[in-house]
Design a binder for this molecule. Structure first.
Ligand SMILES: O=P(O)(O)OC[C@H]1O[C@H](O)[C@H](O)[C@@H](O)[C@@H]1O
Length: 259
């Protein structure tokens, strides 16, 4: 465990799900950000060295939410307020008979969120840690009597050794909106999508299973989704990442759960 990780684990807002055998997951109440997921002591997530828990900004890296908006927002913070707000632990961490561990977090509307977005919402986030997998269940409740329009994105910043060796399988023939090309729509022709430049695009109607090859230990990650068809693929690339996210060699694969 390096210095950064231990700092996040010690934070008074950190909730640790420990499955034993050096398999654990740490969720920081700031944004319910998953700052670490370790399988047999191997870290799977990318966390920026620039990331400090000051309570003033979001945690850069890990698994975080963009809610109720993705990207720039004229009424509030970029990518929304959910990652900048303290969530509550409402269940667990609890060890199940199987040895797996789960915990549930929630974020309810409050004066801060209402100052940007006039909706009475509640988010529930159940995290279950298994021996070699992690499961996330996201529920959005609308306590208002009128419809609520929002986007919720679970942004998963995976740690990889060399992003140029990563391959993402499962996107062939999917249409994507490319934010770096005036938001125009294109069709993916490749069997394996590689990350060789700055990327910021949303693929739509993707299959329920994608495979990310060549992650941190050279292995693969199966990314399985339910009720979510869109995927954001984002990588700031070397120039920009040095400014903010400190590493070019990271892959940012984000799951967009659309309303
Ligand atoms: O650096 P952040 O505030 O985390 O935002 C990083 C990125 O978030 C999303 O993925 C957007 O699609 C990008 O346009 C944006 O650059």
């Amino acid at each position: 465990m390096d210095r950064r990780d231990s700092w996040f684990v010690k934070s008074k807002h950190a909730v640790v799900l420990d499955r034993g055998n050096y398999t654990s997951c740490t969720v920081n109440l700031l944004g319910a950000t998953v700052t670490s997921w370790r399988i047999n002591d191997k870290e799977m997530l990318f966390l920026s060295r620039e990331s400090h828990f000051t309570g003033l900004s979001h945690i850069a890296g890990g698994i975080q939410f963009a809610f109720p908006i993705l990207g720039d927002w004229e009424f509030g913070p970029k990518n929304g307020f959910a990652r900048k707000t303290l969530w509550k632990l409402v269940g667990g961490p609890e060890k199940l008979h199987s040895g797996d561990v789960c915990a549930t977090f929630s974020l309810m509307y409050n004066p801060y969120t209402l100052s940007f977005w006039n909706f009475k919402f509640e988010l529930f986030y159940k995290v279950t840690l298994y021996e070699k997998k992690i499961d996330f269940q996201i529920t959005v409740v609308n306590w208002d009597t009128y419809p609520m329009e929002f986007v919720i994105v679970q942004r998963c910043l995976w740690r990889v050794n060399d992003v140029t060796k990563c391959k993402i399988k499962g996107l062939k023939n999917c249409k994507y909106k490319d934010f770096l090309r005036n938001g125009l729509t294109f069709q993916e022709e490749r069997e394996d999508v590689m990350v060789t430049e700055k990327l910021d695009r949303v693929y739509s109607r993707t299959p329920n299973k994608l495979v990310l090859k060549n992650t941190v230990d050279g292995g693969s990650l199966n990314l399985l989704r339910r009720n979510s068809r869109d995927v954001l693929l984002w990588n700031p690339w070397i120039g920009d990442s040095l400014k903010g996210m400190d590493l070019g060699n990271s892959c940012y694969l984000t799951i967009l759960v659309s309303r």
